[in-house]
Design a binder for this molecule. Structure first.
Ligand SMILES: Cc1cn([C@H]2C[C@H](O)[C@@H](COP(=O)(O)OP(=O)(O)O[C@H]3O[C@H](C)C(=O)[C@H](O)[C@H]3O)O2)c(=O)[nH]c1=O
Length: 181
């Protein structure tokens, strides 16, 4: 995983920044072609979304940016055979810090809003493929994500996601990623 610190080019009018550049990413050894861009809005502080991923052949890179408000963004390593399998890591993303998170294939992604009225932008390297959708429970004690706030909103689907030990299958890191276009 990588935190991307985007440059804000400011002047008297405000600022400008580059949200995505595959040339710059390639320069940092990160490979990404955009297949889909998603935008989510969460009204309440404490909203929990996740932990989501897609199985091969639609496993995907995600680059997540917080355009409004502030979140704790979390990823869990689900790659079969990984030394950090089942471990989570978190980064605070906000409109203020203007950082993005690069999440490679094989990681589940989720977040909790730390303010009301949060908007997120997702860049995906694979299209939404319902047959490849996967998820792991964000409240699984075995993973032990330390969410900072009491959960105020969570979808029934996310509440019912399997725990780590009940995942139907792991994600083979060398399996095909985004389907051929
Ligand atoms: C991703 C997607 C979803 N949908 C449908 C499926 C559901 O009926 C509805 C909301 O999807 P979902 O409940 O998965 O939305 P979130 O819980 O906000 O999931 C999102 O937030 C978590 C943290 C992520 O990492 C996911 O990539 C991202 O999809 O939109 C579509 O129609 N097209 C799409 O591309």
């Amino acid at each position: 995983m990588m935190r991307i610190d985007k440059r804000k080019l400011g002047d008297a009018r405000g600022h400008f920044s580059r949200l995505f550049c595959n040339q710059e990413l390639a320069g940092a050894g990160l490979d990404m072609e955009i297949a889909q861009i998603n935008h989510s809005y969460s009204a309440r502080k404490g909203t929990l979304r996740g932990m989501h991923f897609q199985y091969p052949p639609a496993s995907e890179v995600k680059i997540v940016s917080c355009l409004r408000g502030r979140i704790l963004d979390v990823a869990v390593d689900l790659r079969e055979g990984s030394d950090s399998f089942g471990r989570w890591t978190a980064v605070e993303l906000s409109a203020e810090n203007w950082c993005s998170l690069y999440i490679p294939p094989g990681f589940a992604h989720g977040f909790q809003t730390l303010e009301p009225d949060v908007e997120l932008l997702y860049l995906h390297s694979a299209p939404y493929t319902p047959d490849c959708e996967g998820g792991v429970n964000p409240l699984d004690d075995e993973i032990g994500i330390k969410w900072p706030l009491d959960v105020t909103e969570i979808s029934p689907r996310d509440q019912a996601l399997p725990t780590l030990r009940n995942l139907p299958r792991k994600i083979s890191p060398d399996a095909a990623t985004a389907p051929p276009r």
